[in-house]
Structures are given as C-alpha cells and as structure tokens.
Ligand binder design. Structure first.
Ligand SMILES: Cc1cc2nc3c(=O)[nH]c(=O)nc-3n(C[C@H](O)[C@H](O)[C@H](O)COP(=O)(O)O)c2cc1C
Length: 325
C-alpha cells in the first residue's frame, strides 16, 4: 500500500518506525511494532550485560519473524558501554538493521556495520548532522524536530522546517518525526518529502509498552502544553512530561545546579529500569504529540489506525484539487 525507499530498504509493510526508548524498547515492544507492519527498534543501552542483550535479541526473533532494528547509543552516558561489544553480539545473532543516535555520527563503527552487511540509519536533529551521516555511508537518515519526546539537541528546529531542509540536502531516504502522533501528521511528514515516519510518544500508550498504568493515565490527560525541556544546562536537552520530577529538575537548573545536584533526580532516567513500577514516571521523555493520545490501545491497533488516518488525510487533500480536465 505504501511503497517508499524506506519500506524497500527495510522490507517492512508500512513506512513507520517505532522509536527506540530507553528502558521501554525491550523485546516485547520491539516485536510488537514489527509484527504490526512497522520497524521496531530495540534499545541496546537497556542491557548492561551482553548475555542479557543476546537473550533480548533472541526473544525478539522468537516473537516476530519480521524485520527489526537495534539502536546503538551515542549519547553521553554515566556508564558508557563500548558499542563494539553490542555489535559483536548483533553480528553473531544476524541483526540486519542498525539505528544509531546521539551526539555524534557513528564513524568508529561504520566499517564493522558495513562489513557485516547491515543497513544503517542514523537519527539526528539537524541538516549538517544528516549530511555527515550520508557522507560516512548511512543508508538512511532519521531527523526529529524539536517537538519530539527525548533528546532534542540544541538547534530547536521544528519538524515542519527540518524535514524538507534535510530532504533537499541529502540523497539517501529520510525518515521524519517529532510530533507524529496520528495519521494526519504522518501524511504531513510524507508530504514534506520524507519516505517514512518515526513515532515515539504515541507508542507510550501502547499496551505492550512497559509503563506504569498511572503514568499511562497521566499521558491520556496531558495536552500539547504538558511537556518541558530539561537538562539543557548540562548539554543533554530532553523533552519530558511535566510532572513533579521534571518541575524540580527545571527549578534546580534555573538556580544553576550542577550535575551532582541534578543526579538524584535524573538518575531515574539514566539508570533505573523501573518505569513499570514508578507511578509518577520519574523523568519520562515525552513529546508535544502527547496531546493527540486519546486512548490506550494494542500496538497493532495504533499503527493500523495511524496508517489508515494517513490514507484518509491524503484522500481528503485530493478532494481539494479541482477535477482534472
Ligand atoms: C520515553 C522515551 C524514551 C526515548 N529514548 C530514546 C533513546 O534512548 N534513544 C533514542 O535515540 N531516542 C529515544 N527516544 C526518542 C524516540 O526514539 C523518537 O525519536 C521520538 O520519540 C520521536 O518523536 P515523538 O516522541 O514526537 O514521536 C525516546 C522517546 C521517548 C518518548
């Protein structure tokens, strides 16, 4: 139904990528996105032990025979693990698609990715980073605008302005996101020239996403006004849901607090694997598209609904044109 260079490159039914999520993008989430016809992306950084990582990969393969990707994290981390260790396991387990994201392009591992015959998509937030990714041999690039949940970088460019700029500047296919929480936004991003979309925030409300039920309820009540940027003062800007923790972090940053002071509050995001049991959600990445979440649904239903809405949006646009003479 949708045929783009992204569906072709990854062998997926719909040009929809399920955004990787620290703590949440585990085997069940990843497989659920892929089973629904999109591309699930397992977050390798969730696993500190390689045996555990290998088990998670095998679990995805048990749950789905469809293509999936693994994210390698290039963001600053307290206990940074050498991405080569993950790559060893990924090569061993026959992973076909790698997503990289972070503060730099994956120049140090691109050789190994290519030698293993894997496809590489790099996720970033600006034109010059997208061009860099292309120059080192990425097969596709994902760009997310400032409204997105998670890391926003410092350029603060909205999806509407970023996607067409990147489409014009690179030859490789572009996946666009940041605020794609329904099919109208999907149609818009495709109209901007992207050949796929990435969704994160909307998928927080999927039944398969291991978030505490209270946090999911909070997301249902939230509007587009209920997110805030934090951690800019330590060079790691993130868009997160407005809650007690994020308000405290913002206050401390305003007062000029350093990393030491912030750590007890932000370590929830950095080290805990307990989103499922933390009823306030801690510092939870969340985009402005949270305002579009109307209900909790199984992953398949969300993706099918978004794709159908996208088709309807395109059909509606067609009706705006005068009939061809
Ligand atoms: C809870 C949460 C955690 C995330 N964690 C990561 C991460 O660890 N690495 C990463 O590259 N992106 C991460 N993201 C970003 C998503 O993969 C995706 O790019 C983004 O959510 C898309 O924008 P949207 O939220 O507006 O849909 C996270 C997003 C959310 C909502």
């Amino acid at each position: 139904m949708f045929k783009t260079r992204i569906t072709e490159l990854f062998g997926i039914e719909y040009p929809v990528i399920g955004g990787t999520m620290m703590h949440l993008a585990r085997s069940e989430y990843t497989a659920a996105v892929s089973e629904a016809g999109g591309l699930g992306v397992l977050a390798s950084a969730n696993y500190k032990e390689m045996d555990e990582f290998r088990r998670a990969l095998r679990r995805v393969k048990e749950l789905t025979g469809k293509p999936f990707a693994v994210n390698l994290n290039f963001f600053p981390a307290l206990n940074q693990i050498d991405n080569n260790l993950y790559l060893d396991v990924m090569i061993d387990e026959g992973v076909r698609i790698v997503e990289t994201s972070g503060h730099r392009a994956p120049e140090d591992v691109i050789g190994r990715i290519k030698d293993a015959g894997m496809k590489l998509v790099h996720k970033c937030v600006g034109v010059r980073y997208a061009r860099k990714a292309e120059s080192i041999g990425a097969d596709a690039v994902t760009v997310v605008g400032y409204e997105n949940g998670g890391a926003t970088g410092t350029l603060d460019i909205t999806t509407l302005c970023l996607v067409p700029r990147v489409v014009d500047e690179v030859k490789i296919p572009v996946i666009g996101g940041g605020g794609v929480s329904d099919g109208r936004a999907m149609a818009a991003v495709l109209a901007l020239g992207a050949e796929g979309v990435i969704m994160g925030t909307r998928l927080l409300a999927a039944e398969e996403t291991p978030l505490h039920p209270d946090v999911k309820q909070r997301l249902l009540q939230a509007s587009e006004l209920d997110t805030r940027l934090v951690l800019r003062s330590i060079g790691n800007t993130h868009r997160v849901i407005d809650n007690e923790t994020s308000r405290k972090v913002a206050e401390l940053e305003e007062k000029g607090a350093g990393l030491e002071e912030l750590l007890p509050l932000i370590s929830g995001m950095i080290t805990k694997e307990k989103f499922a049991s933390a009823s306030d959600g801690g510092l939870l990445a969340c985009g402005q598209g949270v305002g579009q979440i109307k209900r909790l649904q199984p992953m398949r239903q969300i993706i099918t609904e978004v794709v159908e809405e996208c088709q309807q949006a395109i059909a509606r646009l067609n009706t705006l044109l005068p009939p061809a003479r």
